[in-house]
Write a protein that binds this ligand. Structure first.
Ligand code: DGT
Ligand code: CA
Ligand code: CA
Length: 567
């Protein structure tokens, strides 16, 4: 049964849309009044007959009929029609301070505005202030609240997006001569797959010029919480950036503090306390005397620990490992000798095998597997056995003429709903490298998905399961399956799991990497490149693996080509 509030909301929205659409004032007001009357009713209007509705002050016969339709069918044709003309984004703008329906109408009549992004663009271009009844103050206020709203929504951005912004921020701040040292700390430094805000840390004798330079960053919408040594900015698009300026002598302690994670810091403070120290962002102290603070190494050392890579600082056992000298020697990008998941123009790649090979050689890779899609992926012109063999001959021909990089004949074969593969075993057996992936029916129930993955893993032709969870960060949830069981079988079958480096995949996750390592399952860090530039994405897969404590030994493509195979 529809609640009064729901009915009133629809009526209000109709009023707003009519007003934005330039409808006659009385009609607009009729809907608003009706909405108010419905809200004020002590009984549920859904239980009233049309006659009873008609008797409510502020609701005439016409509106009484509309409300009954709404209650009966759950919607109103008029509301739907209007909603098509006035997209939700536009109505959302209404909630901004000072932007009532009247002003909103002015905006869409005079400027090309269909949503928040358009509004922000026009406001930044100074076009709002020129409209009657707006002015510069209002324009500023609108920009501010746009920025705050996005941030309040708790939106996290991908590591790659953050990296692009961080790079520009760092270049901008380095222009300030007072800056002696500069680091991007926080989750960004820990290489988390998404970043909530950026935390910058500068060492400088005088903070003032650094703060000025910070506030002069081109994309700033608002400066909030500006103090003498700290400030926060909100950038266009909504990302918040915090800056702290500290003296050199505190830089290490501050870097440690602002790198986090919070739980890592809590653990360190506990150790400090047990030793009679005080640890904070200014340094490590005993009473009035400073024990350490200039570098992170000093602070860790004074706590009986060795320095550790930020990727590990999640309080997942790294403190204990440092205490007993068992920190992992994390994988690095230059330890990857090859790439075992790439595409070409045979399916949905944007470059020829030759172009891909040129870039791979340039990047110092010793080998890569061409693993185009199988036939089921029709949208990408997936390969059937005939075209796959054709491609295989091309790969051999091209490979024969190459120096520096070796090519493998491979496939990204689709795992069908029942766990069988999209190409016959005999065809797969001819290949050098087989990546098996789920692309469809990702929302299968966990039991079926587990069975499906296991069946693929049991196929002796399969070398690795690609992007095992199928998630797309921010867009698609991971499929659910019994990871422990999948790992157990993968270990038994000597089948590897992929860490896909595409920024929106990063699949396996960091904790799944840890679990795989624990289960003795080898990983493959792959670019899933669809263009030559995509080979550079390997960096992100390496980040993810490092967060999962992965070392070179755990990763098949750190091996030379001849010892690649596990079986
Ligand atoms: P994010 O921004 O959500 O991606 O994650 P972080 O880790 O960058 O978190 P953020 O920006 O709130 O704070 C940056 C670092 O500052 C955090 O990793 C640890 C440190 N920090 C912040 N607040 C606290 C706190 O209340 N206690 C402690 N010990 N450390 C904190
Ligand atoms: Ca942060
Ligand atoms: Ca922060």
């Amino acid at each position: 049964m529809m609640q009064n509030e729901e009915v009133a909301k629809v009526l209000d929205e109709i009023g707003d849309m009519l007003e934005v659409g330039g409808e006659n004032f009385f009609r607009v007001r009729a809907y608003r009044n009706a909405a108010r009357s419905v809200r004020d009713q002590p009984v549920a209007v859904a239980e009233l007959s049309p006659q009873q509705l008609d008797e409510i002050p502020g609701i005439g016969a016409d509106l009484a009929g509309k409300i009954s339709t709404l209650i009966k069918t759950g919607e109103l044709p008029l509301h739907r029609e209007l909603a098509e003309k006035f997209p939700p984004a536009l109505l959302e703008l209404r909630d901004l301070p000072g932007l009532g329906p009247k002003r909103l109408k002015l905006l869409i009549d005079h400027l090309d505005i269909h949503g928040k992004d358009d509004l922000e663009r026009e406001a930044r271009a100074g076009k709002l202030r020129k409209l009657r009844g707006f002015g510069a103050k209002m324009e500023e206020r609108i920009l501010e609240s746009l920025a705050r709203r996005e941030h309040a929504a708790g939106k996290r951005i991908s590591y790659v997006e953050a990296a692009r912004i961080a790079e520009r921020l760092v270049a901008h701040l380095r222009k300030c001569r007072a800056v002696e040292q500069l680091e991007v700390a926080g989750s960004f430094r820990r290489r988390r797959e998404t970043v909530g805000d950026l935390d910058l840390l500068a060492a400088a004798a005088r903070a003032d010029p650094v703060m000025k330079q910070f506030a002069a960053f081109p994309d700033v919408i608002t400066v909030t919480g500006a103090g003498e040594t700290k400030a926060s900015l909100v950038l266009r698009g909504g990302l918040q950036v915090d800056l702290r300026v500290v003296p050199q002598a505190s830089f290490g302690a501050a870097l440690l503090y602002f790198t986090g994670s919070k739980s890592h810091n809590v653990h360190l403070r506990r150790i400090a306390q047990a030793r009679g120290f005080l640890l904070n962002e200014y340094g490590l102290f005993r009473g009035r005397s400073t024990i350490a603070g200039k570098t992170e190494e000093q602070v860790y050392k004074a706590l009986g620990l060795t320095w550790m890579p930020p990727e590990l600082r999640e309080d997942r056992g790294e403190v204990e490992a440092a205490q007993s000298g068992r920190l992992p020697n994390l994988l690095s990008r230059n330890e990857l000798r090859g790439d075992l998941h790439t595409h070409s123009t045979y399916t949905d790649g944007r470059a020829s095998i030759e172009e891909m090979a040129r870039k791979a050689a340039e990047m110092g890779l010793e080998y890569f597997a061409v693993t185009d899609h199988s036939r089921r992926i029709a949208m990408a012109h997936g390969l059937d056995p005939k075209r796959l063999r054709e491609q295989g001959r091309a790969i051999e021909r091209i490979g024969g003429s190459l120096r520096g990089v070796k090519l493998l004949r491979g496939i990204e074969v689709d795992i069908l709903e029942d766990g069988s593969l999209d190409l016959p075993d005999g065809v797969l057996a001819e290949l050098d490298w087989v990546v098996a992936c789920v692309h469809y029916k990702l929302e299968q129930n966990p039991r079926d998905m587990t069975r499906r993955l296991i069946k693929a893993i049991r196929n002796p032709n399969v070398d690795v399961i690609g992007h095992p969870s199928g998630r797309l960060i921010g867009h698609r949830e991971p499929s659910e399956f019994d990871l422990a069981e999948v790992l157990r079988v993968a270990h038994e079958e000597r089948c590897a799991l992929e860490v896909n480096s595409q920024p929106d995949r990063l699949d396996l996750t960091d904790t799944a990497c840890m679990a795989a390592k624990h289960a003795g399952v080898k990983l493959v860090v792959s670019s899933d490149a669809h263009s030559p530039r995509d080979f550079e994405l390997l960096e992100y897969g390496v980040n993810q693996a490092r967060r999962g404590w992965i070392e070179a030994d755990d990763v098949l493509n750190t091996r030379p080509l001849k010892s690649l195979r596990q079986r």
